[in-house]
Ligand binder design. Structure first.
Ligand code: CP
Ligand code: NVA
Length: 299
C-alpha cells in the first residue's frame, strides 16, 4: 500500500505518470466522458485548517470518479475533543478507502499512515504540500512542456510550499533558486538534503535571473496570522512584481498556490497579468488529484 505524504514517497517515474494521467483525465472530463472508476469508494477528508481549493477539488474529484468524499472538520469529530490520533486513525481507516488530511502537525499524518490501513494523502501540513506540486507540475507541462533542466525561482517564505518545491526540484529534475529573508529560510534538514538541486540567497532579483517559472506564497501562513505585521516588514523586498518578472526569462510564467494577497507577496499586475497561470493551476488541483486517487486506490 502506498501513501502520499511527501513527493519522495513515490518514484520519479510514478510522479511523472500521475501528471500525464492528470492531463489525460482533464481532457476526458472536458470532452464529456464519464469515469466511474472509484464507484463505491469513500475518501475521508480531515481538516483542522481552512481550505477552498483542496476541499472542493478532492470532493468534486471523488464525485467525478463515481465515489464519495466525507468532510470531517476537527470541530465535528471527536479528535477535536481529545480522542487520540491513533484511535481515530484505526476507526476511520476501517470504514473508508483513503484518507486525506490537512492538519497542523505533520507528525499526525505520519501517525495516521502507521495506524489506518488505507492510503493517506497529505493535503498540507506545516512541513509540505505535495498535492499542490502535482497541480503546479501539471500546469507547467501543459503550458511549457517538460520542466526537466529548467530553472524555477521560489521567492518568499521558506515554508511548506518552499520545502515541497525543493522536493520537486529533485523529483522532476529542475534547478530551484530560493530567495528568502535570512530569518525565514527553509528548514536546515531540507537545505542539506536538496543542496544538489537548489541555491539559496536573500536576493530575489538574482533568484529570478534565468528563471522559466517564478513562484511565491503568502508571507504569513495559516496559524501565523499574529506575525503578519512583523513579516510584512521582513519580506518587504520579496514581492514578485513586474520588475522582478522582467529579470526572469522572457517566456517565464508565474504561479501561486493561492490564496494570494495582492500588494504583499505579489503585485496585482503580475498575478492578474499575462504571465500568470494561477487559475489553470488552481483548476488543475482536481485533475491531478483524481489521477493521484486512481494511482493510490487502483493499486
Ligand atoms: N492552495 C491551496 O491549498 O488552497 P486552499 O488552502 O484553499 O485549499
Ligand atoms: N503556506 C500556506 C499555503 C496555503 C495553501 C499555508 O500554509 O497557509
Amino acid at each position: 500500500m502506498k501513501h502520499f505524504i511527501n513527493l519522495d514517497d513515490l518514484s520519479n517515474s510514478d510522479l511523472s505518470q500521475i501528471i500525464d494521467n492528470g492531463i489525460a483525465l482533464k481532457k476526458a472530463h472536458k470532452s464529456g466522458q464519464i469515469n466511474k472508476s472509484l464507484q463505491n469508494k469513500t475518501l475521508a477528508m480531515i481538516f483542522d485548517k481552512s481550505s477552498t481549493r483542496t476541499r472542493v477539488s478532492f470532493e468534486a474529484g471523488m464525485t467525478q470518479l463515481g465515489g464519495h468524499a466525507l468532510f470531517l472538520s476537527d470541530r465535528d469529530i471527536q479528535i477535536g475533543r481529545g480522542e487520540s490520533v491513533v484511535d481515530t486513525a484505526i476507526v476511520i481507516g476501517s470504514m473508508v478507502d483513503a484518507i486525506m488530511m490537512r492538519v497542523s502537525k505533520h507528525s499526525d499524518i505520519v501517525t495516521f499512515s502507521q495506524n489506518a490501513n488505507v492510503p493517506i494523502i497529505n493535503a498540507l501540513s506545516d512541513e509540505s504540500h505535495p498535492c499542490q506540486l502535482l497541480a503546479d507540475m501539471m500546469t507547467f507541462k501543459e503550458h511549457r512542456g517538460s520542466i526537466k533542466g529548467k530553472t524555477v525561482a521560489y521567492i518568499g517564505d521558506g515554508n511548506n510550499m518552499c520545502h515541497t518545491y525543493m522536493q520537486a526540484a529533485n523529483a522532476f529534475g529542475f534547478h530551484l533558486n530560493i530567495a528568502t529573508p535570512t530569518d525565514y529560510r527553509p528548514q536546515q534538514i531540507f537545505i542539506d538534503k536538496y543542496q544538489h538541486c537548489t541555491s539559496l540567497s536573500a536576493d530575489a532579483h538574482l533568484a529570478c535571473s534565468g528563471a522559466d517559472l517564478v513562484v511565491t506564497d503568502v508571507w504569513a501562513s495559516m496559524g501565523q496570522e499574529q506575525e503578519q505585521g512583523k513579516r510584512e516588514l521582513a519580506f518587504a523586498n520579496f514581492q514578485v512584481n513586474q520588475m522582478l518578472m522582467n529579470n526572469a526569462n522572457a517566456d517565464a510564467v508565474f504561479m501561486h498556490c493561492l490564496p494570494a494577497h495582492r500588494g504583499e507577496e505579489v503585485s496585482a499586475g503580475v498575478i492578474d497579468g499575462t504571465q500568470s497561470l494561477v487559475w489553470d493551476e488552481a483548476q488543475n488541483r482536481i485533475h491531478a488529484q483524481k489521477s493521484l486517487l486512481l494511482y493510490l486506490l487502483e493499486k
